[in-house]
Design a protein around this ligand. Structure first.
Ligand code: ADP
Ligand code: MG
Length: 407
């Protein structure tokens, strides 16, 4: 006969900071014979560094123990819908209530990591005004950190969330796995001096140095170093939590801590790693400069034609353009290309029948208004446009400029 025991109910006020994930392990293990009810229905703030390791630990518990764990959500709170059932490239339906940003994702292959990083960069490009180099830097760092899960952690999957704060112009990201952890990964190949590797937070500090790697070959050991440099140059925030160690950079200062009381998924093979950071999109940061290497500008290269001109097909854009909101996204995209260092951009009207009023006004005319007419004429060019389209564009511009001049 099985004895019936009341479930243990745990009500959380927020999901901010990695310690909520640690608490989850603590609660579950304090009463392994009882059902654990994780009540998230009253959760206030949700940050990536709270939600992502929480989702990773929850998945770890589900796959390693029989304990019943029930998650309660507030029905109208869509932010946490995916905490127990992360979004994946396979199950994501755009526009079906699933939000690309602000949700927890799970990725299980390098291809999926690459696809997800690309989707994140699309969202960033359309939603936040970014200064020179910011998009490239975030893209570069994101992929390096996501890829480390496959290169080093031995976990089958990584968990990630990106949050965009449009008004504050902040990009906040967290990546977590429940793999072997940084200290063990470095120790296995004796990549650092023994004294350094004996302490969890000094092992993390070592991994953040230039050229620090546990592997040879294609591994340059510059992934985490580049991220640290980007956070330094940009005045951002970076935290790396792995095993008992924690390393943080904030307000220009580094702090380190080793806490041997901290409960881990499993001390042997699952010490887990969380890398979370925040970059200020209003402050320029060049990843090539941060790394001290030759310039790369993948973001701009993606729209470069054979002659090295930054050419944007209006036809491709028009196909996705229905509402005025999208118009604003495309304008932000153009502004980001210009900020990323394109001397000028060329709007190619090839195959465009009649330009939509929303494109002419929301994209082109507002761009002219934001940039000022002189700067606009110098840096935005129209190519392959019919006489009608040229006239429609000019009309939209002059209407908007006249409007903004009148008091
Ligand atoms: N998610 C992770 N799990 C375990 N170890 C990691 C993880 N991320 C980084 N590391 C450790 O930190 C080292 C430095 O990482 P990185 O700077 O990306 O260089 P690289 O990947 O080229 O080795 C890695 O070699 C590995 O030992
Ligand atoms: Mg790496």
């Amino acid at each position: 006969m099985t004895e019936h025991k009341d479930p243990l109910i745990w009500k959380l006020p927020d999901l901010r900071g990695s310690w909520r994930a640690t608490q989850l392990l603590e609660k579950a293990r304090s009463h392994p014979d009882r059902e654990l009810v994780v009540d998230l229905s009253k959760v206030g703030k949700v940050f990536p560094n709270g939600a992502v390791p929480f989702a990773a630990n929850l998945a770890f518990l589900r796959s390693t123990s029989d304990q019943k764990i029930t998650v309660l959500l507030h029905e109208s709170d869509t932010r946490l819908e995916r905490i127990d059932d992360a979004l994946t490239i396979g199950n994501y339906v755009r526009g079906d209530g699933d939000t690309l940003t602000h949700s927890v994702w799970r990725y299980e292959s390098e291809t999926d990591a690459q696809k997800l990083a690309n989707m994140y960069m699309e969202a960033l490009t359309e939603q936040v005004q970014c200064e020179e180099g910011v998009i490239d830097a975030i893209n570069w760092c994101l992929y390096e950190v996501m890829d480390n899960v496959f290169s080093h952690s031995r976990a089958g999957a990584g968990y990630v969330m990106m949050q965009l704060h449009k008004v504050a112009r902040l990009c906040v990201i967290a990546v977590a796995d429940t793999g072997i952890g940084i200290q063990r990964s470095l120790a296995e190949t004796r990549a650092a001096p023994v004294e350094t590797l004996r302490d969890a937070s000094s092992a993390i500090e070592f991994s953040l140095q230039q050229g620090a790697t546990s592997k040879g070959g294609a591994h340059q050991g510059n992934g985490l170093y580049g991220l640290r440099r980007a956070a330094e140059v940009n005045g951002g925030v970076l935290n790396v939590t792995s095993g008992w160690g924690r390393w943080s950079f904030r307000d220009g200062k580094v702090t380190r801590k080793t806490d041997k009381q901290r409960i881990l998924p499993d001390i042997e093979n699952h010490q887990s790693t969380l890398v979370d950071w925040q970059l200020d999109c209003s402050r320029k940061v060049r990843i090539d400069e941060a790394l001290g290497t030759s310039p790369i500008n993948d973001f701009l290269e993606s729209i470069e034609d054979d002659e090295g001109i930054h050419r944007i097909s209006v036809n491709d854009i028009e196909e996705s353009l229905g509402s005025r909101k999208l118009g604003a996204d495309i304008r932000t995209r153009l502004e980001n290309y210009l900020k990323a260092g394109a001397q000028f951009v060329l709007l190619d009207f090839k195959n465009v029948g009649v330009v939509s009023s929303s494109f002419a006004d929301e994209v082109i005319a507002k761009l002219a208004e934001n940039m000022g007419e002189l700067e606009f004429r110098r840096r935005v060019f129209v190519d392959n446009a019919s006489v009608t389209n040229r006239a429609l564009i000019e009309r939209a511009i002059s209407l908007r400029l006249a409007e903004s001049e009148s008091p």
